[in-house]
Design a protein around this ligand. Structure first.
Ligand SMILES: [Zn+2]
Length: 101
């Protein structure tokens, strides 16, 4: 199997993955490769925004990428820690789902 080095489009994490896996992830995320953590965050974002019209992977990707950038510009906070916090906060906090219509 061919192993390739890919870089996460969000947080910049590099991973060695099989080409099958890489194209699989890219197919799911608008041609972008995301690391496991970012992929999970984007999927979470999509499921939370799923009730809104026109909210798909593309919007979730954009939201997550700006989230990652914010953390990257602040070296005191590790992106992975911030994301874990975000996921934890979101799954436990029902008041954040006010946007439901
Ligand atoms: Zn990432």
């Amino acid at each position: 199997m061919d192993i390739e080095s890919v870089k996460c489009e969000c947080c910049g994490l590099k991973e060695d993955c099989t080409q099958d896996y890489i194209s699989d992830v890219k197919a799911n995320f608008e041609g972008k490769w995301l690391c496991g953590l970012c992929a999970e965050a984007v999927r979470d974002e999509v499921s939370k925004g799923g009730k809104k019209k026109n909210y798909g992977v593309e919007e979730a990707l954009k939201a997550h990428m700006s989230f990652c950038r914010k953390f990257k510009s602040n070296p005191a906070v590790r992106v992975s820690d911030g994301m874990k916090q975000m996921l934890r906060r979101r799954s436990g906090d029902s008041s954040s789902s006010k946007k439901q219509v």
